[in-house]
Design a protein around this ligand. Structure first.
Ligand code: PAF
Length: 283
């Protein structure tokens, strides 16, 4: 497994691989890899021949400096895990390498109204920062395929739109959320939970399942179901930002007529802001 820090080294290797006819798969991460990320690597092997994982803690998607400083960084552990997953190359650039003027795509990066909704309403600039770094990483690597998890469903939706609008010749692959035995979705932020908060945390998933059941029963307006779920989370010790029932195709508000529904939640538990979602099968 190669580890490179500069775009020049990265491109040199990619050129060779492309000349050999290999499909290049990129898995962008911010490191502190967990079982969810490793599933993305496994999926990447099913999509192409050469797997590149980027590890880059993107300062522009953090709204508070404390959050950025506190973000868990575990490079040695990450490299060992990626080696186990037979990743071919790890790209670990410094901030200035990614944000150099020359790595800015020529086409203007779009700004979507969805960037300011759901998580974006509570984390101003968060999705603008993600869109910019993903556009830059795509421009730098130009993979054939890029893999993202469904856990960050809003991010996934925005990135799919970005690829289309910017005309990147990249297919986006999505991988279902990986969960611990009690239903808690794997996340780097779970490490902020105390032992007792960790026990409570499973109620995020239980809330999603409960909302799904309510929708399937069909007896209440979505607004009432969302409000009830917020109250349940508050009672369980969370400070919820939102519980929202949306159209999974474009994240606009859903109704009982929507074919493909997703329930999204974001809630604080102690120092951790947890997000999760649940897709409903087409009825
Ligand atoms: O999902 C993440 O880890 C990050 O948002 C991403 C896509 C690597 C961009 O920094």
């Amino acid at each position: 497994m190669q580890v490179v820090t500069t775009v020049a080294e990265l491109r040199k290797q990619i050129t060779v691989w492309k000349q050999q006819g290999n499909k290049i798969v990129l898995v962008p991460t911010m490191g502190n890899l967990h079982a969810g990320h490793l599933m993305l690597m496994k999926h990447a092997h099913e999509c192409g021949e050469k797997i590149i994982c980027s590890i880059f803690v993107n300062a522009r998607q953090f709204d508070r400096d404390e959050d950025l400083q506190a973000y868990p960084r575990t490079p040695e552990q990450d490299l060992a895990a990626l080696q186990e997953e037979n990743v071919d190359l790890v790209f670990m650039p410094e901030h200035d390498e990614v944000y150099a003027q020359e790595h800015m795509p020529q086409k203007k990066i779009p700004k979507y109204s969805l960037n300011d909704q759901l998580c974006g309403q509570f984390r101003p600039g968060f999705f603008d920062g993600i869109v910019e770094v993903v556009a830059r990483l795509f421009h730098i690597v130009m993979p054939d395929i890029a893999v993202f998890g469904e856990k960050d469903f809003q991010q996934l939706t925005i990135i799919k739109r970005l690829v289309e609008d910017m005309g990147f010749p990249i297919s986006i692959e999505q991988v279902p959320t990986q969960r611990e035995d009690d239903g808690l979705a794997y996340s780097s932020r779970n490490s902020y939970l105390s032992a007792s908060e960790r026990m409570q945390a499973k109620q995020i998933y239980e809330t999603l399942v409960n909302v799904k059941t309510q929708i399937e029963l069909g007896s209440h307006p979505f607004n009432d179901i969302e409000n009830h779920a917020m109250k349940m989370l508050m009672k369980a010790g969370f400070q919820p930002d939102y519980v929202s029932i949306r159209n999974a195709k474009n994240l606009t508000p859903a109704s009982y007529d929507t074919d493909f529904i997703i329930i999204l939640v974001a809630a604080w538990l102690g120092k951790a802001r947890l997000i999760d979602n649940l897709l409903l099968q087409k009825r």
